[in-house]
Design a protein around this ligand. Structure first.
Ligand code: DP6
Length: 360
């Protein structure tokens, strides 16, 4: 597969106006993407659970302009409010994908977007937001080319989403998606996320993720800046090698359902991500004191209860608490009794593994 595969020929139809709507979920990485090359190419492969409840719904209306314009013509709103400050990010996205969607300069777009999770929750909306928009745009391309195959639609949606935000490439499908070349994973690609192709033990079905909102404030360092700091990072190469090794280990772990080994990889990945931040130059810390309190509580409870609760982190202070569905009642109790006290205003979100984006 190459970029060339996603450049369309002529379109079969002409459409003057229309609309489409997609709901796309967030995802939580088990092996983390941290560091990238030119063109949104990941420095290492990553894998994630697609989430179910945390999602963005985007409605896209489009109408043909009298003549194509130099710039892009669009309005964007979030939860009904016009968001001028979102425009530069969308314009950058359009610029990156224009080669693959030549109709972009021919239409005016009205983008209405809303999130299922509270806006300033510290939950990254770039994966769900960019994938929802990529799917809406692919839907227009499919209206222009009705014979498009389902496979092409899904692959190109992931390809475009990646150009909006790397992790968004993993939000189109579910329940487990891998993105980035990995020698031991057939079909893996730096260009798109693929549905994890090997055996997955039933213990991972309906796997739960309770997201503890430790800090809902604006992050001090954006992911984009963080990725950039992996250039010339003293431990970058060892880290990228480790991600490949962890993905290889996960193949047998997913097949056997060995949760103790699963936990080792997932928690090590989370702490390694934050270790990379702490050893960047300039260095930074995104965890908060309560992040560490929660981690210690999880370790103590796991030891004492012999359950398989574990944590992972994204690029922020919030903690994702992961556990199998069979242990849900005991772990939900533990979360309410011991962890919610560390959340900002006691807020948390109950989620679980999901099956990917849907037409809304
Ligand atoms: C820590 O996908 O947000 O969540 O490609 O610059 O938009 P951009 O970065 P982004 O990075 C996500 C980083 C992460 C790990 C992960 O999701 O794999």
């Amino acid at each position: 597969m190459t970029e060339q595969d996603f450049i369309p020929n002529t379109y079969a139809k002409e459409i003057s106006s229309g609309k489409t709507s997609w709901k796309s979920p967030s995802n939580i990485a088990l092996v983390k993407y941290w560091g990238k090359k030119e063109g949104q190419i990941p420095a290492n492969p990553s894998i994630s659970f697609t989430l179910d409840n945390c999602a963005t719904t985007t409605n896209l209306n489009f109408s043909k302009l009298a003549k194509p314009i130099e710039d892009y013509s669009f309005d964007i709103s979030l939860e009904g409010k016009v968001k001028e400050d979102f425009k530069p990010k969308i314009a950058t996205f359009f610029k990156r994908i224009e080669k693959y969607l030549p109709f972009l300069k021919e239409y005016h777009f009205t983008i209405e977007t809303s999130n299922s999770f509270p806006h300033s929750s510290g939950i990254a909306s770039s994966a769900s937001g960019m994938s929802a928009l990529a799917l809406c745009l692919m839907d227009i391309e499919r209206q222009l080319n009705p014979l498009m195959s389902e496979g092409y639609f899904t692959q190109k949606a992931s390809f475009l989403a990646r150009l909006g935000s790397g992790s968004a490439a993993r939000s189109i499908q579910g329940p487990i998606v891998q993105w980035g070349n990995h020698n031991d994973t057939e079909g893996s690609s730096d260009l798109i996320g693929i549905k994890y192709p090997y055996k997955v033990h039933e213990v991972f079905e309906n796997y739960c993720d309770t997201i503890l909102l430790v800090d809902k404030g604006q992050k001090q360092v954006s992911s984009t800046v963080g990725h950039d700091l992996m250039h010339n990072h003293p431990f970058a190469n060892q880290r990228f090698d480790q991600a490949h090794e962890n993905l290889t280990s996960l193949i047998s772990i997913f097949a056997s359902g060995d949760l103790n080994e699963f936990i080792k990889i997932v928690e090590s990945e989370a702490l390694t991500l934050h270790a990379m931040m702490m050893t960047s130059m300039p260095y930074f810390i995104l965890m908060k004191p309560n992040t560490l309190e929660i981690i210690n509580k999880i370790w103590a409870f796991r030891e004492q209860s012999k359950t398989h609760v574990c944590f992972t982190l994204d690029a922020g202070a919030n903690v994702h608490v992961l556990y199998p569905e069979s242990e849900k009642s005991i772990i939900d109790q533990f979360i309410k009794n011991e962890l919610v006290a560390y959340c900002e205003n006691g807020q948390y979100i109950c989620d679980q593994i999901g099956f990917g984006a849907k037409k809304a």
